[in-house]
Design a protein around this ligand. Structure first.
Ligand code: COA
Length: 249
């Protein structure tokens, strides 16, 4: 199976992280596959909603740190992550996620662009951007405070606090905590329910509820430029080296 598995169940598209050996760390190719799937769903009459799933106990550990390290050493940035973020921020159809286990970095911030998020009791979310010498991404510096207020957003985005499933629910990032055995069926039920609604009305409702997407994309781009600069910083290089050294020891 590919590292991103894309399938359909009726009118629901399922995008599944499938790189469990690396905790579903997301490579450039994986971002592009997801971006293409979300964009294709938007223009397909056959698909009413898209769902993101991971593997048992692993939603995703976020961006592949080896890719970050390659950029820190002067490699090409690539536009794949931006394509993915544009697709989920600018998309017209509902996005859902079922989070079981760890959701780190973009694994957390992408949830802010989903419309319904369910998590198992053993799910947790964390964005260690500042600890990595980086800055918040994916429009999260704008959207997270809207969802949970400044203080909780700052604890998540700057302090790097780990949110349990119940904390994430209390913060408004998660709709409900659902036992892991029932999680995917629960998310698929919600997605099926949405995908059977009148699509135009649903799309308008999503657009209105999401607010000004140009503003979010603008912030995402502003963050992206700063993030790219930070990747070249000594703070970031040292953090990536520390991760790799830990791996090697
Ligand atoms: N990028 C690249 N590889 C990653 C990764 C990432 N984001 N997350 C995990 N991996 C790899 C590890 O290097 C390891 O590979 P190996 O078996 O070849 O050595 C494998 O996945 C398992 O990870 P490991 O760290 O042993 O698992 P763990 O259960 O002890 O810890 C995490 C899981 C997610 C807490 C830890 O891997 C981690 O902190 N990853 C980095 C998360 C991160 O900072 N993401 C970017 C945010 S901007």
């Amino acid at each position: 199976m590919a590292e991103i598995d894309v399938s359909c169940e009726g009118r629901v598209q399922i995008i599944r992280f499938n790189r469990a050996g690396k905790k579903n760390a997301i490579t450039r190719a994986m971002y592009q596959t997801m971006a293409d799937a979300v964009v294709a769903a938007d223009s397909s009459d056959e698909i009413g909603a898209t769902v993101f799933f991971g593997q048992p106990e692993v939603f995703t550990s976020g961006n592949d740190l080896m890719d970050f390290m390659a950029i820190a050493q002067g490699g090409e940035h690539g536009g794949e992550v931006i394509s993915f973020l544009r697709a989920i921020i600018g998309g017209t159809k509902p996005l859902l996620a079922g989070v079981d286990g760890l959701a780190v970095g973009v694994g957390t911030t992408m949830l802010m662009h989903c419309d319904l998020v369910y998590a198992s009791p053993r799910a947790w979310m964390q964005t260690p951007f500042v600890d990595l010498g980086l800055v918040p991404e994916a429009g999260s510096s704008l959207v997270a405070p809207r969802i949970m207020g400044h203080q909780k957003a700052f604890a998540l985005l700057a302090l790097g606090e780990k949110f349990s499933a119940s904390q994430a629910e209390a913060a408004g990032l998660v709709n409900a905590v659902v036992d892991e055995a029932d999680l995917e069926a629960h998310v698929l039920d919600a997605a099926r329910n949405l995908s059977e609604k009148p699509p135009e009305a649903l799309s308008i409702a999503r657009r209105l509820a999401r607010g000004n997407r140009d503003e979010i994309i603008g912030r995402m781009e502003e963050e992206g430029a700063l993030f790219a600069q930070r990747l070249q910083s000594d703070e970031a290089r040292n953090a990536f080296m520390a991760f790799m050294t830990k791996k090697a020891s």
